[in-house]
Design a protein. Structure first.
Length: 290
């Protein structure tokens, strides 16, 4: 039976079902859908870099309509754009020397400390309370030595971070696929570093995609170590694409585990869409809204 014939058989006329006809023919784009009403248990955010072709102002407007509250990884000159649309920069950047050169290198400590001390007052002035940081690559260094070096450098910044009410967030990244040789590549290493630093102003960015690649056991890790996690990122594995039925992680269960810990921070979508980007983003937000 032809699709149009079937609709006429069910309703008497296909014209009375425009929404169903549209959905059967092709999915609606995010701009065609009604504003999203969310449950409020997850503070949704998104990483702008995954949507590079969309101008920031257009992206902020679309994100706001989806119920998203924050945009991750914006530079200081972009923070005000997010605020203009009623959003916050949920994970600011703008200090440090990038992913490969971080706190595991003592030769960089003076420069890194100066860089972060310069951004702390800017964050406070903008009403922001987090900033991203990185361990750096191993370059032949043992994990034990790198951890000790990171702790020494980060401890220098904790009094200033506390003064300005800022939490430094070190990202857990995979060194198997995307960030070869990166040191902070296992949650156990990052948790031990948190214990060495010994401050509530230093926590980890638990990136679910990256840690699925390195170690798996996502929900147990969240339950056992959530007090050390100050931010979360998503992503479909394999491929770092949509977090749908094409990949191996079941995000509703992961989000429920996060909510059950009492976490009140942000969960940011960080996947590279293969389909219409805003439609994929909205679907991901709805999927994670437990």
């Amino acid at each position: 039976m032809q699709r149009r014939t079937a609709l006429k058989t069910l309703t008497g006329t296909a014209l009375t079902l425009p929404t169903l006809t549209h959905s059967l023919a092709q999915p609606m784009t995010a701009s065609e859908q009604a504003p999203t009403v969310l449950k409020g248990n997850i503070n949704h955010a998104v990483c702008k870099w995954c949507y590079g072709k969309i101008p920031l102002e257009d992206f902020c407007k679309a994100a706001k309509e989806m119920g998203i509250k924050g945009i991750d990884l914006l530079d200081p000159d972009q923070w005000a754009v997010a605020k203009k649309y009623g959003l916050t920069c949920s994970m600011p950047q703008g200090a440090g020397k990038g992913i490969t050169q971080g706190f595991n290198d003592p030769k960089l400590h003076d420069e890194l400390v100066a860089s972060y001390e310069a951004i702390f007052p800017k964050l406070k002035e903008a009403g922001l309370d987090k900033v991203i940081c990185f361990s750096g690559n191993r370059r032949g260094m043992s994990d034990a030595e790198g951890m000790e070096n990171c702790a020494v450098g980060l401890k220098r910044l904790m009094p200033s971070a506390q003064k300005y009410g800022v939490t430094m967030i070190m990202e857990l990244l995979n060194s198997k696929v995307d960030h070869k040789d990166y040191m902070c590549d296992h949650s156990a290493w990052g948790v031990e570093l948190c214990k060495k630093v010994g401050s509530e102003n230093f926590k980890l960015l638990y990136d679910i995609y990256h840690m699925q690649i390195m170690e798996g056991d996502i929900i147990r890790t969240i339950r056992n170590n959530h007090q050390y996690f100050g931010h979360y990122h998503t992503g479909g594995n394999p491929g770092r694409n949509e977090i749908d039925q094409t990949q191996e992680l079941y995000y509703p269960a992961i989000m429920k585990a996060i909510v059950d810990t009492g976490y009140k921070g942000f969960v940011a979508q960080e996947f590279i869409p293969k389909r219409d980007p805003l439609t994929s983003l909205k679907e991901a937000v709805i999927l994670c809204d437990v």
